[in-house]
Design a protein around this ligand. Structure first.
Ligand code: DC
Length: 215
């Protein structure tokens, strides 16, 4: 039996994984879930309630009642939202509250493309294709700075680089589902690639994985 094509795309902040995941979803006609938006939505909602990001109980409550149809909004794409997301993402109760919705997305008979930090390790360990997308901190900072400036945020490149270093350290060091490459994930370093080159490389990785999975 042919298994549904599930593609897991993990990697650090601003590595290009979102763009790559969106490109793969288009090519293969698959639904896509950007799981970073789940954690961003939780962080933003906690702050909107006047709560603290280290309040695990409150953040978990927010995560349980999250409106999944309202994820992709500009307020979730800001610098502050990214930082808040990384802070609420350390709480095991928050991760647990978001687990079932993500696993249900991965179980769709259509297949799916899912991007985040723990997709290949926790959410969809049986995914047919797993990519770990990375780039140097300097390249990622440059990309994120361009994105944030384009959205009208006033921030220096040095501040964005510092954000990225702090976020990498927090996301990788947490106990619960840390950012880490699954043993069977293929590493894709996009530091010296254009968007089109990275998209092509990602498609080749998925094609090879599909051939392997069909035996
Ligand atoms: O991919 P992103 O920058 O939108 O993610 C924001 C934060 O959310 C990231 O710093 C850590 C957290 N996150 C996570 O812990 N697990 C995921 N699967 C996705 C994001």
């Amino acid at each position: 039996m042919i298994r549904p094509l599930v593609i897991a795309v993990d990697g650090p902040a601003a590595s290009g994984k979102g763009t790559i995941a969106a490109g793969l979803a288009r090519v293969y006609g698959l639904p896509q879930l950007d799981t970073g938006l789940l954690y961003r939505a939780v962080g933003v909602a906690v702050l909107a309630k006047g709560g603290r990001l280290d309040d695990e109980g409150l953040a978990a409550q927010v995560a349980k009642t999250l409106d999944l149809t309202l994820l992709d909004i500009p307020a979730h794409r800001t610098r502050a939202a990214g930082e808040a997301a990384s802070q609420v993402a350390v709480h095991p109760a928050v991760r647990l509250a978001l687990l079932e919705a993500q696993q249900a997305f991965a179980r769709q008979p259509t297949g799916a493309v899912i991007d985040g930090r723990d997709i290949g390790t926790v959410i969809a360990p049986n995914a047919i294709a797993k990519l770990f997308v990375t780039a140097s901190p300097e390249v990622r900072a440059q990309r994120r700075w361009k994105q944030l400036s384009g959205q009208g945020e006033t921030v220096s490149l040095a501040e964005v680089l510092e954000d990225i270093r702090i976020r990498d350290a927090r996301d990788s060091a947490r106990d619960s589902a840390p950012l880490t490459r699954a043993d069977d994930a293929i590493l894709l370093d996009t530091s010296r690639m254009t968007i089109d080159e990275a998209a092509d490389a990602a498609r080749r990785i998925v094609e090879a994985a599909r051939i392997r999975s069909n035996g």
